[in-house]
Design a protein around this ligand. Structure first.
Ligand code: GDP
Ligand code: IMO
Ligand code: MG
Length: 443
């Protein structure tokens, strides 16, 4: 079972980082394949919290091969400061490899992200303002600057000039502001990137070949998704999405592997739902239950610190994610956060503006924007779950809740999260039976 993919099955921040960190121990390589430093992946190791934006969540294992694939957009300043922070904490980062073909987030991408949002005003997407969208736009327009370009001054300068040319008009207002003018200065930009390139050179590699080696040797490659299915640029709630494909299929293009290299795909979902940024969210709660989920789940963005919108779990969206990603199994995180709720609602259908109900995810934006959740209610529990270490430690109501999710999603739950710590993740019996990753534990 060499290729295992971990993707977000909701709107992001499901706890992918924690799941990847746990599995990384058994993996030969941990590979990011899309997104950039819009991601914020949290790992808690022995009570110490680490937040990763670009570096794959396997880096805490000394010397582990951690790959930033070609499909990732890389802000080199952010990457270097992340590496510096890790080195400062005594973490060995020698296993980090960055694809020479990954695209660079340039200072003008960040300015354009800000200005694009400002132009939209109240209709803003609520991006992380890290330059992600404009960088992917330049990649598609064939005006992107790639990691390998940092290693060649002449090519670099030429490419930056070509990339800036069509943006002149949009960037003109910023040239008057000293801070922005400095960010847009061609000479400074080139010099900065050459310095970054020099500092990153030992990490730059042909990462596809590296991943192929892992796969061909039958060792485990773990592909770490960022963002999530409902934020997918093609299949999510467009235009309130990110600018990449966080679905599992993007592993092939974003890491340079083949479809047949993928053996197992897991989706990560919270026991409820959250969303950060604007866009449709049919199960959103605007009452004290929503506030309670936010407070108990510490639902504040890892990257931007924004309060996350909270709601009940949405099984219409989850079933959509199961099908889109062909998920083999589900990891349900943050079950502990639901403790103390008298009744727990589960959205099994949507009700549209015409009052009709439907149980599949609507393709039409007008239908989705007006849809609200139709719920079934399940009994809650009062017991603290954070010390539970096996399924049988869980109260019966929590087990029933999970059984309901499993039945509705149509796939087994492989792991259950009962807290942010490594030890607070329970393997289920059915999970052990379905997932071949167990073999790698004993290998
Ligand atoms: P990611 O972007 O999917 O990696 O998720 P984030 O790290 O942005 O957000 C998930 C948050 O939930 C982090 O603060 C994690 O430490 C925390 N977390 C993960 N799993 C659990 C869990 O089972 N219970 C609780 N209470 N917190 C969890
Ligand atoms: P992880 O990997 C949650 C959201 C933003 C915004 C939209 C577009 O931690 O789960 P972008 O900056 O990507 O152009 O913003 O996508 N978004 C995320 N929401 N978790 C993330 O990553 C996200 N990355 C982007 O809030 O709504
Ligand atoms: Mg996150």
């Amino acid at each position: 079972m060499p290729g295992l993919v971990i993707v977000g099955a909701q709107w992001g921040d499901e706890g992918k980082g924690k799941v990847v960190d746990l599995l990384a121990e058994r993996a030969d390589a941990v590979v990011r394949f899309q997104g950039g430093n819009n991601a914020g992946h949290t790992i808690v190791r022995d009570g110490e919290e680490f937040k990763f934006h670009l570096v794959p969540s396997g880096i805490l294992y000394p010397g582990k091969t951690c790959v930033i694939g070609n499909g990732v957009v890389v802000d080199p300043a952010v990457l270097l400061s992340e590496l510096e922070g890790l080195r400062g904490a005594g973490i060995d980062v020698s296993g980090l490899k960055v694809s020479a073909n990954a695209h660079l987030i340039m200072p003008y991408h960040i300015i354009l992200d800000h200005s694009g949002e400002a132009r939209l005003g109240k209709q803003e997407i609520g991006t992380t303002k890290r330059g992600i969208g404009p960088c992917y736009a330049d990649k598609a327009a064939r005006l992107g600057i790639r990691v390998q370009d940092m290693l060649d001054e002449k090519i670099l300068k030429k490419k930056i000039m070509a990339a800036l040319e069509p943006k002149k008009l949009m960037l003109r207002p910023y040239e008057k502001d000293r801070r922005f003018a400095e960010m847009l200065d061609l000479q400074k930009m080139t010099e900065d990137l050459l310095t970054f390139g020099h500092r990153l050179e030992k990490h730059i590699a042909d990462t596809s070949t590296l991943v192929w080696r892992t796969l061909d040797e039958g060792k485990l490659a773990l592909f770490e998704g960022a963002q999530a299915t409902m934020l997918d640029i093609d299949h999510g709630t467009y235009p309130f999405v990110t600018s990449s494909n966080p679905v599992a299929g993007a592993v092939t293009t974003g890491a340079g592997v083949g479809i047949h290299d993928i053996d197992e795909i897991w989706g990560v979902a919270k026991a409820y739902a959250t969303r950060v940024g604007a866009g449709p969210f049919p199960t959103e709660l605007f009452d004290e239950t929503g506030d309670r989920l936010r407070a108990n789940g510490r639902e504040f963005g890892t990257t931007t610190g924004r309060p996350r919108r909270c709601g009940w779990i949405d099984l219409v969206a989850l079933r959509y994610a199961v099908r889109l990603n062909t998920l083999d199994a589900l990891v349900v995180t943050k079950l502990d956060v639901l403790t103390g709720l008298d009744r727990i609602k589960v959205c099994t259908k949507y009700r549209g503006a015409d009052d009709a109900t439907f149980d599949t995810f609507p393709y039409h934006q007008s239908v989705l924007h007006r849809a609200c959740g139709e719920y079934e209610e399940l009994p809650g529990w009062t017991e603290d779950l954070t010390e539970c270490r096996t399924e049988s430690d869980l109260p019966a109501a929590a087990r029933d809740y999970l059984a309901f999710l499993e039945e509705q999603a149509g796939i087994p739950i492989v792991q259950i999260g009962v807290g942010p710590g490594r030890e607070q993740q329970i393997w289920t019996e059915s999970g052990r039976a379905v997932s071949a990753i167990q073999e790698h534990a004993s290998a």
